[in-house]
Write a protein that binds this ligand. Structure first.
Ligand code: CA
Length: 224
């Protein structure tokens, strides 16, 4: 799990990083709202922790920008402001939860875990090329039709749609779709990529699942 920390106070950013990394999360820290929004939109993070008072773009502006680009990553806003209007502003801007500084680290971790559990319920569909993945129905569709995915097909497709043209490693797919404890091997991923290719073709999708030898997969849009 990868968490983006957008915080300009170095000491707090460092302590958040240490706290989260000690619990096995990967983290990345950026110090202004503009970089925060740009990084969040990359789609590689499972959660964004976003301060409100930031240089360049404030946290509200950054959250609005992230949502305007249809990026559904969960956003946990952190701020010294705790007035009701500020909370409403944060939630309207697209934040999923709001935590006032100073916060108890146990509360922060509880929020992070709750938001990660809820992940995927924030957006209804992921779109790329001419194709959309309905996150509640588990269907892939484009003009040519609609097809139901199995649970594992859906898991793989979702990871690929989130990453778009960026490479998703086989290890990451195994970990995120099959889970740490499963006996699945890389061959399973290849089999499911094959199922998905067939289904994409059957509905006339212009998405191609490209394999990068031994490394993993990424999507490409035909004709672009
Ligand atoms: Ca700040």
């Amino acid at each position: 799990m990868k968490i983006l920390i957008v915080e300009d106070e170095t000491l707090l950013a460092d302590s958040l990083r240490d706290l989260l990394e000690a619990r096995g999360f990967e983290t990345e820290v950026v110090c202004d709202g503009e970089s925060g929004a740009a990084y969040a939109e990359l789609g590689v993070y499972d959660l964004v922790i976003l301060d409100v008072m930031l240089p360049k773009l404030d946290g509200w502006q950054a959250a609005r920008q992230i949502r305007a680009r249809r990026c559904g990553v969960p956003i946990l806003m952190l701020t010294a402001r705790s007035g009701i209007l500020d909370r409403v502003e944060g939630l309207n801007a697209g934040a999923d939860y709001y935590l006032s500084k100073p916060f108890d680290t146990r509360e922060l971790l509880a929020c992070v875990n709750a938001l990660l559990r809820r992940q995927g319920k924030q957006v209804d569909e992921l779109c790329y090329g001419n194709t959309s993945l309905d996150l509640s129905a588990g269907t892939l569709s484009c003009e040519g039709g609609r097809v139901q995915l199995s649970a594992k097909e859906f898991g793989v497709m979702r990871q690929l749609m989130q990453a778009r043209e960026r490479l998703v490693s086989k290890e990451a797919l195994l970990e995120r779709v099959w889970g740490y404890d499963s006996n699945a091997v890389e061959n399973h991923v290849e089999v499911y990529a094959g199922f998905l290719r067939k289904k994409l073709r059957s509905i006339g999708s212009n998405l191609r699942i490209e394999a990068v030898r031994r490394l993993g997969y990424h999507l490409e849009v035909d004709g672009e």
